[in-house]
Each structure stands twice: as structure tokens, then as C-alpha cells.
Write a protein that binds this ligand. Structure first.
Ligand SMILES: Cc1cc2nc3c(=O)[nH]c(=O)nc-3n(C[C@H](O)[C@H](O)[C@H](O)COP(=O)(O)OP(=O)(O)OC[C@H]3O[C@@H](n4cnc5c(N)ncnc54)[C@H](O)[C@@H]3O)c2cc1C
Length: 418
């Protein structure tokens, strides 16, 4: 066994959330390691990164690298494509109504992680591309071993190792998890008509079909369906899939072409019962998983990263140990309301589409009708979505991202487990 390397923070997991957390901590002057295999280069997902996340990227000095592969998101159109009696009118959220050029930018996960990895290689004290295979809590932090026998000690461990987090299990942090009878089919394509930066969400009874604007006349697709229909769509050859997609897309963007490979993601939700314990804090999907509705998942992960960097740097400058219980508790408290409100809202919206209960459909339809009719309500909803309004802490953070207002907490949809 080689000698252990000592760090202030070891981030376990080199997905987008882990890499941003590592870079943000390093930018705050903390000796940081990121440990984990390189992210899947064939990840077909595109993330709509809202302005708070884009500000994090800018503060890290990475915007010039990412901007050429990013597409601005200037509008979000919601179309009620259900067959419910109380169908809502179409709602268009236009960033110019709140004096913004865009709500954010769409970036392919693979482009994002490539840029983050390149920066991590030059800026971090260490980046190791092996998985962590053992974790031990010590008096002064944690002792980690990787698959190739390298050892690392750190005052604080940021678990960014995804929804099945190995570190979270070792730390004994239980989660609440649930699933939806839905699968998202993901791909991208070209089209003849311009999208004008507008993302369109067709709210259908089996889930939303979302077309996200990409660079030029390209868009990416998140098509949420029942498992049976999703499997049928995945089995179709390209021509058959294009025909199926054109029934929804051609009226908007013209007939599609240049279809990229399809991938699928079963929809599920998960939230940790706390976001820190011992010398471990949870980042990204290790702490929370939400369905791909309303572009919340990775944006939450960016806010986790910004909060961690700020709180750990404050602990250091205040003379506290970085992995001290008060530092971990502070991080936990800082993330609770933001995560709970987003998980609650996304779960509610998705379940309201799936239900055939008339009262729920009426309420959803009335809510969307009110938004369609009132510019003031739309402006409030848009500011809520993109602007910091919850934690004063985050507003002063050096690389802080946007945080939404607290909503009622989520009732546990299923029993929790460790
Ligand atoms: C269809 C779809 C569309 C989406 N669209 C959006 C969107 O528009 N906007 C948005 O904000 N979010 C979106 N999301 C959510 C977003 O994609 C996720 O939140 C994000 O990719 C999760 O990143 P992560 O780094 O937390 O986790 P992951 O990407 O899962 O990374 C975890 C990493 O940990 C590593 N790892 C695991 N175990 C170990 C170990 N033992 N040791 C070391 N490393 C380990 C893994 O190899 C992996 O690289 C979408 C999700 C889906 C499914």
C-alpha cells in the first residue's frame, strides 16, 4: 500500500456535481482531491443550467470553454396535451418578461464534464480516476482507499458518487426513495425551423415530452412515457422513431433528421434524510434525485457545490476544522429547504399529470390558466425559478448559485432505508 495523501476535502465521484464541487472548493483555497472514474462520454443527457449554475461556471473561469457548446434558453412553453376535461391554455415563460436575455443555457452533460475534467486536471491538488473501494472514519476525518490501492486521508469527504452512493451508505445516512411508472427516452436531432431558444414541454398523460433547444437548428429530447411505450419506442428503427416523434415535433419545428443514438432513464426520486453526517456531506444525486421535469437535478447539485465551498472556506477562515461537526451541520441545514422545495414541486407536477382525478386536473389547469392570463404571476414564477430568494448565506457566497424559496416539505412517499 502506498502512503496516504492528505487533503482538506476529498470529493468522491467525478460526475458533473463532483467536479464542480471539487473546482469550487479548490477555488476557495482548500486542498482538494476528486476521486472517481471519468464520467460516461456517451451520456445522452443535456442539462438546462439556470443562471445560478451559469454564474458558478463563470466564477470558476470556465464560461469561455463552455459557451461555444451551450445554447441559450430564452423561453419555456408549457402545452397541456392531456385529454382531461379541464385542459389548460398554453403558457409561455419569456425571459425578457423579467428583463433577462435567457433563463440559462443548455449544455450536453458530456461537453460539460469534458470541460470540468480538463480544468480539474490543472487546478486540483489531485484527481484520481479509480473508484473508492473502502471508507473509514478516523478521529481527524476519513481514510479512503481506491481500487488500485492508493490511499487518501481528508478532513471532510464530499460524497458525489451518485444515487447509489457508496459513501452515503458507509456514513449511515438513510434515504427516502420512490419510483414512477415512467421512463425517459433521450436523444437529439436536427430540424429545419428555428427553435428561437424556446423549450417546449408537451404535458401528456404519460408524462412530459420536452424539446430542449440546442446549438443552431438542433434540439434534444426528453420523452417521458410508460415503460411499455418507452420500450416500444426504443425498439423502433431510426425511421420508425422519427415518424413517431414527428407526430409531436413536426408541427413545431418541421420534420426532424440526424437523429442521435437513443438512451433511456427510468424515472425515480430519492432524497437523503440529512445532507451531512460525521465527516461526510452529500453532493448532487448522492443527496437528491428528481425526475427530469423543470430542469432541477443538476442545478441543485451546483448549489450543493457552491454551499460546500463557501461553508468549508468559512470554517477554515474562522479557525474551525473543515470536517468539524458544526461545519457538517451547517452544510446540512443550508441545503434542506432548497432540496425539499424542489423535490416537492417536481413530484407534485409529475404526479398531477399521471392522475386522472378531476380535482387535481382542475387545480393544475386553473394554475396554468392563471399563469397564462397574468404577466405578474408569470414574472413571480420565473423569478422563483431562476433567482436567489431563500438563503442569505448563498447570496453572499463567492460563487453562489440561485436558490429558490422554500415550499412545504415533501411527505415521505415510501419507507426510508439506509
Ligand atoms: C433525462 C434527464 C434529463 C435531465 N435534464 C436535466 C436538466 O435539464 N437540468 C438539470 O439541472 N438536471 C437535469 N437532469 C439531472 C442531471 O442529469 C443529474 O442531476 C446529474 O447528471 C447528476 O450528476 P451527479 O454528478 O450528481 O451524479 P452522476 O453523474 O451519477 O455522477 C456520479 C459519479 O460517481 C461515480 N462513482 C460512483 N461510485 C463511485 C465510487 N465508489 N468511487 C468513486 N466514484 C464513484 C460514478 O462513476 C459517476 O461518475 C436530467 C436527468 C435526466 C435523467
Amino acid at each position: 500500500m502506498k502512503d496516504a495523501h492528505q487533503f482538506d476535502i476529498a470529493v468522491v465521484g467525478a460526475g458533473p456535481a463532483g467536479l464542480v464541487a471539487g473546482l469550487a472548493c479548490a477555488a476557495s483555497g482548500l486542498k482538494t482531491a476528486v476521486i472517481g472514474p471519468r464520467a460516461d462520454a456517451a451520456d445522452g443527457r443535456v442539462a438546462a443550467l439556470l443562471n445560478g449554475s451559469i454564474n458558478v461556471i463563470k466564477r470558476l473561469g470556465l464560461w469561455e470553454t463552455i459557451e461555444p457548446v451551450a445554447a441559450p434558453l430564452t423561453g419555456i412553453r408549457l402545452v397541456d396535451a392531456t385529454d382531461h376535461i379541464f385542459r389548460a391554455p398554453e403558457v409561455l415563460f419569456d425571459a425578457s418578461e423579467i428583463d433577462l436575455p435567457a433563463f440559462g443555457y443548455n449544455v450536453a452533460n458530456s461537453d460539460l464534464t469534458r470541460a470540468l475534467e480538463a480544468a480539474a486536471e490543472t487546478r486540483l491538488a489531485r484527481i484520481t480516476t479509480r473508484a473508492v473501494t473502502s471508507f473509514e472514519s478516523t478521529d481527524s476525518g476519513a481514510f479512503l482507499t481506491t481500487a488500485d490501492g492508493e490511499t487518501v486521508t481528508a478532513s471532510l469527504v464530499a460524497a458525489a458518487d451518485g444515487r447509489n452512493s457508496f459513501i452515503r451508505r458507509y456514513a449511515g445516512i438513510p434515504v427516502t426513495d420512490w419510483s414512477y411508472p415512467q421512463i425517459a427516452v433521450v436523444t437529439s436531432f436536427a430540424h429545419p425551423r428555428p427553435h428561437n431558444g424556446v423549450s417546449t414541454e408537451l404535458h401528456r398523460p404519460s408524462g412530459p415530452l420536452t424539446v430542449v433547444p440546442g446549438p443552431g437548428n438542433t434540439s434534444s429530447l426528453v420523452w417521458v412515457e410508460t415503460p411499455r411505450e418507452a420500450e416500444r419506442l426504443l425498439r423502433l428503427d431510426d425511421d420508425g422513431f422519427i415518424r413517431a416523434l414527428n407526430t409531436h415535433i413536426a408541427p413545431l419545428l418541421g420534420p426532424i433528421s440526424a437523429l442521435a443514438p437513443r438512451r433511456s432513464y427510468p424515472l425515480s426520486g430519492q432524497t437523503a434524510m440529512r445532507f451531512g453526517k460525521g465527516c461526510v456531506v452529500l453532493i448532487g444525486e448522492a443527496g437528491h434525485v428528481v425526475p427530469p421535469i423543470g430542469a432541477q437535478g443538476l442545478n441543485l447539485g451546483f448549489r450543493d457545490a457552491a454551499a460546500l465551498a463557501e461553508i468549508a472556506a468559512a470554517a477554515r477562515s474562522g479557525g474551525s476544522a473543515i470536517g468539524a461537526p458544526e461545519t457538517v451541520d451547517r452544510y446540512d441545514r443550508s441545503r434542506r429547504a432548497d432540496v425539499a422545495s424542489r423535490v416537492f414541486a417536481v413530484n407534485l407536477l409529475n404526479r398531477s399529470l399521471l392522475t386522472s382525478f378531476p380535482g387535481v386536473n382542475l387545480a393544475r389547469g386553473a394554475g396554468l390558466a392563471a399563469l397564462a392570463a397574468s404577466r405578474t404571476l408569470r414574472q413571480q414564477a420565473m423569478r422563483e425559478g431562476v433567482s436567489p430568494s431563500l438563503a442569505p448565506l448563498m447570496l453572499t457566497a463567492p460563487i453562489a448559485a440561485g436558490v429558490g424559496k422554500a415550499a412545504p416539505g415533501l411527505d415521505a412517499p415510501s419507507p426510508s432505508r439506509a
